[in-house]
Ligand binder design. Structure first.
Ligand SMILES: Nc1ncnc2c1ncn2[C@@H]1O[C@H](COP(=O)(O)OP(=O)(O)OP(=O)(O)O)[C@@H](O)[C@H]1O
Ligand SMILES: [Mg+2]
Length: 509
């Protein structure tokens, strides 16, 4: 990577301080970004990364601090003002309108005459040009809800290029992408930097940060720990700077379950339909024993969501059957307490954002003692329970009455994992359970799942991160277009073997 420290300065934020009730989210943060530079922001969940970027994008006003663009002090009152200054941001959660086309989304909010046919034709042409220039493959007339997550993200970026922004903020852009899409994004980000644009890149994944960025700033507890060229510290050092304690990367933690243990989860020839009515899960059979972690590898969108939902009773099974603890699961009749279910989309199915942390933690058990007595909720018990669990989950914030919506992305995920692992379920379905978590928290969740295994639970660990599937599973199946391509043991397989299966090559045992 080139040396960018001597390039002209594009952005300088000085002494940014932002307080929310009960938290100092940004504590006197200073950072500078150069032309042609990819500047990574690293930090634990809740360290203040998104807050700092929202200040830059005009979504939040800082309590103190100043922002300079090309050396001149500016005031950013709104996202519109930010874009006028040439600053654009792609959020952790996308902001596109699902039932409009790509070009309509791009034109939305442009300061122009009411959308005329001419504008639209011009915009389509420009979109096509930009898409070709950066190898993005975005079709202007495609309806957004039919686009893959990766394509939606590329469209968000195109929308900003359309407005000719010079400084791009990407907040955890890769946490939802398949490996091939990550590569494409990294290539694009490097291209944008080579043109002299500046990019701020937030990610929890050290390999990615190492690959894409020139410099890195590490935040902890709202403060800057260090800013340095990315290739100076080792990955292990970066990990330690981020979480403040040593982290072991790439350890193998799986083993072999006892052959005599009972089968707790069994699928027999399960076929299920996807959202568009075509089979998304085809004749899937598998067995997971008590005290075993079965990993499910695969590129995103190959039936993982449908698999999890069929087991959890949230999706109709067309043929075949699912047995939990030897009993057939039918629709909503599943026993919530036999099954811990961490769904992949915490914002839509996992949490009620406007409810407090304490309430979210008892969503499955509020109608039983000790949380209810004689038909009345016992709030003392609910808050105490929440405080205890928040401690176990190593959450910094200690007030269980704040709404989940006010937590950082990673801390929302912790609340859900904590809730689903309570009450000793005999089967745990963990779907993308570590998505968006910082490296310390990833280790934490792995330990929690290993703890479940030790206790005797059957764990189905579904993840698109091959490394973590290899690290904690005892056995692994690979899903491709809704079918199982084969079963392997992590100690007997190479990454290349699994990679082939992820692309549809069947393995005959
Ligand atoms: N709107 C808000 N109201 C109250 N507190 C907030 C709000 N937004 C963020 N916070 C708090 O500010 C702190 C920093 O949050 P922020 O979202 O900036 O973290 P982050 O570094 O982006 O974390 P993650 O990696 O989990 O996305 C957290 O303690 C969070 O709970
Ligand atoms: Mg964030």
């Amino acid at each position: 990577m080139t040396q960018t420290v001597d390039n002209p300065e594009v952005l300088r934020m000085e002494g940014i301080t932002k307080r929310f009730p009960g938290v100092l989210a940004n504590d006197d943060i200073s950072i500078d970004v150069r032309a042609g530079e990819v500047h990574a922001l690293l930090g634990e969940n809740g360290a203040g990364k998104s807050t700092l970027m929202k200040v830059l994008y005009g979504l939040l006003q800082p309590d103190r601090g100043e922002i300079f663009l090309h050396g001149g002090r500016i005031h950013i009152s709104s996202p519109r003002a930010a874009v006028e200054h040439g600053i654009g941001m792609v959020h952790q959660h996308f902001m596109l309108v699902p039932n409009l086309t790509a070009v309509e989304n791009v034109m939305l909010g442009l300061p122009r005459r009411p959308l005329s046919v001419l504008d639209r034709a011009g915009a389509s042409r420009r979109l096509r040009e930009l898409s070709a220039e950066y190898y993005l493959g975005v079709e202007p007339n495609a309806v957004v809800e039919n686009l893959s997550v990766g394509a939606q993200q590329r469209l968000e970026i195109l929308k900003l290029l359309f407005r000719n922004v010079r400084l791009l903020v990407l907040d955890e852009p890769t946490s939802v992408l398949a490996p091939a899409e990550v590569e494409q994004l990294v290539r694009m980000v490097r291209m944008l930097a080579a043109e002299g644009r500046a990019i701020i890149f937030i990610s929890h994944k050290l390999e990615e940060v190492k690959e894409v960025s020139d410099r890195v700033t590490v935040l902890r507890d709202g403060r800057v720990v260090a800013t340095c060229p990315t290739d100076e510290p080792s990955s292990a050092d970066l990990a330690q700077m981020t979480v403040g304690r040593p982290i072991t990367i790439g350890r193998r933690l799986g083993g072999r379950a006892s052959e005599s243990a009972a089968t707790e989860l069994q699928l027999e020839g399960v076929t299920g339909l996807g959202d568009h009515g075509v089979p998304a899960l085809v004749n899937v059979s598998l067995e997971v024993r008590a005290g075993e972690i079965m990993g499910v590898a695969g590129v995103d969108g190959n039936g993982q969501r449908e698999l999890a939902e069929c087991i959890a009773g949230l999706r109709r099974i067309e043929s075949g059957r699912v047995l939990v603890g030897g009993r057939v699961v039918e629709g909503q009749s599943r026993d919530l307490n036999l099954l811990g279910f961490i769904p992949e989309d915490r914002q839509r199915t996992g949490l009620i954002l406007s409810f407090s942390i304490g309430e979210n933690l008892v969503l499955k058990s509020f109608d039983r003692p000790p949380f209810t007595r004689r038909g009345l909720l016992r709030w003392r018990a609910i808050w105490e329970h929440a405080r205890r669990l928040m401690g176990d989950l190593r959450m910094r914030r200690t007030d269980p009455t704040i709404p989940v919506a006010e937590l950082s992305g990673g801390n929302q995920q912790r609340v859900m994992v904590g809730r689903e692992l309570q009450g000793d379920p005999s089967v745990v379905i963990a779907s993308q359970a570590t998505r968006g978590l910082d490296i310390g928290a990833v280790e934490n969740v792995h330990e929690m799942l290993l703890g479940q295994k030790k206790r005797g639970a059957a764990v189905l660990f579904i993840s698109t991160e091959l490394n973590e599937v290899l690290a904690i599973s005892d056995r692994i199946v690979v899903l491709y277009r809704g079918e199982i391509m084969g079963e392997v043991r992590p100690e007997e397989v190479t990454i290349e073997d699994i990679g082939e299966m992820m692309l549809g090559r069947r393995r005959t045992a």
